[in-house]
Design a protein around this ligand. Structure first.
Ligand code: PMP
Length: 408
């Protein structure tokens, strides 16, 4: 495969031309949200200029065009995840809403008091709190899969957590805080061997690697558009058709019904529409489809290779800094460099490095239990995307050294 044309890619991201505090922007907060290429931005102008209309209900040209574009995205997502059937693709606002959908629909229909859900210590709060809420409301038990010193899931401990009450495993594919890539296919095989289902939070995997939900044998798989070069407000829940079909709706309203009556029971639409109550984020969903096509054109394998080089370069660069400790040293990592520095508050580092034009993230990364395990309440996190360059990595390392010199 030909090498990545990073200059050509950068030219498609207008935001990369801007300056921050008089310096060229170096955007290393891609794990929080990625930037959008022109083709995605243009989708909004095109939609609102030409065919803005509510979907699925009109009998007029604009409504037909909007519906066709929205439903075409379902096919784009199906292909992107290699799902068997486009009815298995539910549009949500993002990963958080997708997980809450599973918790509230599948969870309430399938979990009894005393049933157990396994989550990992690597989870984002969005894959912890929905299960804790169910624990309060239904009396289920949430158990935690531990990690080792590198931030790698302990598979022996995972196997040992199963018993006859285990119903669901909820784990991420890639950790947003450390970048650990989890062996999701193996986790799924083990879960299924115990008769449990598995939900995979793919928010941090979809930007960096090809995902095949059938190869993984995922029961549910969630991701957010805004981390895959798409807009905010549109995300996806994949669910196996037989599971979605058996699940009750979780939100009621227009679009999700077959017929509504006060005299006989209201009946619901077929999947996936049963789970898409109300007017969705139509332009955002269409733009998500454009983003996924863009990513597929660039090639996820090529993106993954490029980002791995950036990560290796950054890891080597910061490792030379005295008193800097990396968190998350798994052999399999994607896109994320998390660290703390002796004698320097993470927040000070992030604020000062912003003055030099570098955007990184600091804080708990919505993974407080994981950080607590490593004895910290915040880290600095640099995270990479396809448009980042080795020159930016070098500039970041130099800026970091300068900032640490200032605060120490
Ligand atoms: N899971 C992971 C691993 C994430 O990184 C994020 C976003 N930081 C989420 C879930 C939540 O995604 P969203 O806010 O788009 O719903």
């Amino acid at each position: 495969t030909p090498a990545l044309d990073v200059a050509g890619i950068r030219a498609q991201f207008p935001i990369l031309e801007r300056q921050v505090h008089g310096r060229p922007l170096i955007y290393f907060d891609n794990a929080a949200t990625s930037q959008t290429p022109l083709c995605v931005i243009d989708t909004f102008r095109d939609y609102y200029s030409r065919y803005n209309a509510n979907i699925h209900r009109g009998l007029h040209t604009l409504a037909d065009e909007a519906t066709a574009a929205y439903e075409a995205t379902r096919e784009t997502v199906r292909a992107f995840l290699n799902a068997a059937d486009r009815r298995e693709i539910v549009f949500t606002r993002g990963t958080t809403e997708a997980i809450n959908l599973v918790a509230n629909s599948w969870g309430r229909a399938n979990l009894q008091p005393g049933d157990e859900v396994l989550v990992s210590l690597l989870e984002h709060h969005s894959n912890i709190v929905p299960w804790q809420l169910l624990a309060d409301q239904l009396g289920i038990v949430v158990k935690v899969i531990p990690v080792d010193e590198r931030g790698v899931l302990d598979l022996d401990a995972y196997r040992a957590l199963f018993n006859e009450r285990t119903r669901l495993v909820a784990v991420n594919h890639v950790s947003n805080a450390f970048g650990t890539i989890n062996p999701v296919r193996e986790l799924a095989t083990i879960a299924h061997g115990h008769g449990a289902r598995i939900l995979i939070d793919g928010a941090q995997a979809t930007p960096h690697q090809t995902v095949d939900v059938r190869d993984i044998d995922a029961d549910f798989y969630a991701f957010s558009g805004h981390k895959v070069y798409g807009p905010t407000g549109a995300g996806v829940l994949y669910g196996k058709a037989e599971l979605l079909e058996a699940m009750p709706p979780w939100q009621g309203g227009g679009e999700m019904i077959k017929s509504v009556s006060f005299d006989v029971p209201t009946t619901f639409a077929d999947i996936p529409h049963k789970f898409e109550a109300g007017t969705p984020a139509i332009a955002e969903v269409i733009a998500l489809g454009v983003a996924l096509d863009w990513v597929s054109d660039v090639g996820l394998a090529r993106i993954g290779t490029w980002e791995a080089e950036l990560l290796a370069r950054a890891t080597a660069g910061v490792s030379r800094i005295d008193g800097l400790r990396l968190l998350g040293t798994a052999p399999d990592k994607a896109g994320v460099l998390s660290f703390v520095v002796d004698g320097a508050h993470s927040q000070d580092i992030a604020l000062l490095i912003d003055q030099l034009g570098v955007a990184i993230r600091t804080g708990n990364h919505c993974a407080q239990p994981l950080l607590a395990r490593f004895g910290v309440d915040a880290t600095c996190r640099a995270s990479f995307a396809v448009y980042n360059t080795p020159e930016e990595v070098d500039a970041f390392v130099a800026a970091l050294e300068r900032v640490i010199g200032m605060v120490r």
